[in-house]
Design a protein around this ligand. Sequence first.
Ligand code: FBP
Length: 724
Amino acid sequence: MIMSENISIETLLKNPEIETAIADINSETLDRRAFIPQICKVFSNKFISLENQPQYRFPINREAEKQLPDIIYNNVQKLVAGDSDRKDYQSFFLKSRNIGIVFSGGPAPGGHNVIAGIFDAAKEANPESKIFGFILGPEGILENRYVEITKELVDRYRNMGGFTMIKTGRTKIDSPQKMALSRETCQELNLDALVIIGGDDSNTNAAFLAQELKPHGIQVIGIPKTIDGDIQIRTEDGETLCAISFGFHSAARAFAQNISNLCTDASSDLKYWHVCKVMGRVASHLALEVALQTHANLTLIGEDLADYVDNDRLKKAQEKGEIDYTAYGMTLRHLSRLICDAIVKRAAKGKNYGVIVIPEGVLEFINEIQIFIIKLSTIIGQYNQIHDLDFHTAFHSLDAKLEYLRRLFRGITEKQASPIWNARDDELFNDLPSFFQEGLLVERDTHGNFQFSQVNTEKIIMDMVGDYLHILKEKGEYKIGIEDRRFNYIMERANLNPELIGMTIFRNYQKADLEDYKEKGDRKNYSKVHDKTDSIPKDNHRYYLIKKSIISVKTLKQALVNGGVITDDDKVPAPILEIFKKSVPNFKIQSHFYGYDGRGSNPTKFDCNYTYNLGLTAFALIANGATGQMAVIKNLEHDSDRWEPLGVPIARLMHLEERKGKLALVMEKNVVDTNSNAFRIAKAMRDKWLAAEHGEDHYRQPGPVRFQGKSEEDKPLTLVLNSI
Ligand code: FBP
């Protein structure tokens, strides 16, 4: 072997093996670039035309009808083989076009393939066509910053994650001036069409631009993008036209793999609760998919919490002839109690570890917090409207913001006291920890959305959980269960009487075997013991719980003296001390945030195929003169040979929603349907996955994203379950 210090670094770097090992482009990238997505049957035709599908009906929002009159009556359109005999149709389809493309909002795996699909289809129809990519999102349209997309550029990014090719941004085109600038850019570039690849807000932009640009002969097509999975399109009759936005599958797979690794770690080392916040601004689709893929011990679903009714509270009020409205909806306090309950149950079975999944947007579903979010958004929105300076610039520090709120309810700052922020709000708000106050006052994004990703949601919740667990520990309710076999072994080894000690220190110790009583038909003793003993699993593993009154070595000694095990002068025998120490829980958490990592992951095969077909669909819509339509693929839950590309009118998906304190016309988001199969199944499996019982957990290992072979993870499990 030649000692490497004898070789110069320049020579080393020229070594072909070293060059390959450290090259930017590895074989994974080359394989991905070479992958050819499977295309829907209809795209094997040279010409594609559109067929109206009036059977797919949507309600018409009156405001949308007023603001988007030229696109509101669009039909759903199906892509079918084109009429190859009609010359006028052919020449329109094949004409040379200029098409602009823009990414808008957060990245989502698969975006580059949408561009590839549009590029390939447009160039095949007419090699003279030009495709322009606007740089840095909608800002690129406003500033006329673009790059011409070439084959070389497309090939570099085929099947690759991110929006790196042309970047993205969150600028909103929301004023007449911005509309005018956008029109000017499109006209300067002589665009025939503009494709907006974005989420609900970006598709809202697409609808308004389609309306604005229609008289100028410029078409606008939207593409359903977002890892959040909240763009789902169902008709009035419940038919699903778009089951999920692109990027969801890849991000969920990336999160699930990491979280499943944590499940393995937790169940190996047995010392941590891993708390995983998972992206998804409002809807909990990603958390639900992760739950189905990993079987983590506890997954919160925001939409489920919103439906929560505290029946005990309701009943108590009813007994007094009252209605307790606070019993409806979840409070932060109650949520922390539910989590504690799960932790305490597992600890009682010797499992003081586990994995919790918390959706990023869970706070949106907690009544008290949602009220703060709405109130503060309104106050900030109103401030920005009245004043020259933006709220966050005017009040830089948290103290300054709090002072403004205080003055607001006293009527000092503005002309009159705010009807929105009262003394009670101020008092409740001041009770919150400052990092949470800061979180709630965080700047809204350009669309007026609350930026959940910037709030330490898991810290807020887990701090409360930690505090309450501490109380439960003091009360002797949070203990680690001691397995009977282990107890007996320690006692035998030390030559101590397990029966006497067991009866003295445990709250559920019973010598008599339940099964014995059962066999003998001794009902009285059976139910006496049964009530005291936790249900004993068939394999007869019992977990003994130290009595609630024993919470320290002092109280342990007292119990042993009272039970006649030792005298006042004796020390607590070491084996008993050992058992006591094992029963004292130490609650240790590790927090993780899964969001940007999954958003930047490479697309799964599902997303590669899906997005390439979305690109082909967008071109077919353009080549048939459509505008104000969103390209979607129906039947995503089936194999790709059954996929059906459609154009769906965006204007028909709009509704009025509160934004910056005002009602605005936006595309409706879809949150988790608590009546869906996927949710109901995850709910039914909750106890099993919590695994507060003897034996192994029920973790599932989805493994890494695979490009070859078949697996259950080929498509989102949510989709598979919901389609059954
Ligand atoms: P889009 O809706 O634009 O796709 O973005 C989704 C998302 O990834 C959310 O899950 C997350 O809350 C948010 O973006 C984070 O935004 P930012 O990139 O501005 O931090």
